[in-house]
Design a protein around this ligand. Sequence first.
Ligand code: SF4
Length: 330
Amino acid sequence: MKFVRHDWTEKEILGIYNIPLLELVYKAATIHRKFHDPKEVQVSSLLSIKTGACPEDCAYCPQSARYHTDIDIGPLLPLQKVIEVAKKAKSSGATRFCMGAAWREIKDGPEFERILEMVKAINNMGMEVCCTLGMLTESQAKRLEEAGLYAYNHNLDTSREYYKKIITTRTYEDRIKTLENIRKTNITVCSGGIIGMGESINDRAGMLTTLSSLNPHPESVPINILIPVKGTPLENQELVSIWEMVRMIATTRIVMPESMVRLSAGRVNMSKEGQALCFLAGANSIFTGEKLLTQPNPEVNEDLDMLKTLGLKPRQAFKQLKQKLELSIE
Ligand code: SF4
């Protein structure tokens, strides 16, 4: 049986999503154990380095300038501030440091140069550095690669069909183009989506169909639960249940067995038991830190306690890269 496939159909993925729940978790856990150390969880830290005033209209996002939300807008942080936060994250056990900027796209100029300095500095600290800065060109991706960027996050968010209902200021094709630009470098790809935006199960399967058609699969696939924020068009969405999250995590694990599957936004509303089920179903990465960009997240100590209780340990940095190198040497 071939586990790593790029030709999953939406129908096949829907079939997996709808397997009776415990059977689904068992299948996903079995595949997880084939491809990953089930005792390890990657611990990432995320910092908003430029907050709010974004020209885009993503319906879920409190950082869009089009919505009246209660966030503290701020310009690009100074280099020293970012280094300080990264050092603190490292000492709390994070092995990946992600920086998010609320931009439509990267513009060449002094701010991009500052980002490159940030990437260099954090890479020199021995952490995997990840950025999410909006759309980028091939030459910008190359410059980020030269600075030592390990991963670039650019989410597909949802299915191609539902995307238009969530964002009108750019297209699904724009997203895919940026992912292609990243793939022209050795930067790893982090791309996933959000559930709970009013999409159908078919849309969830549709998103996983597109992600799993990418060759190679994204090295990291974040699955977020929408946190409805007052002032955004999705403020009245009902929270999705933990069972739907477990199904989504398990399905992602089965269709992209080698990827890191990340429990991202929405963890603050999940019980420890619910998160444990997600780890069993194949999630092996979390964000720590009291804030996820602008939204609340569990406290670091609470997370470390949870990992300890579950017998999970933080995964060392650059492990995926080392595994790849070992494979190419063999
Ligand atoms: S998700 Fe990103 S691009 Fe969309 S409004 Fe928020 S910051 Fe801007």
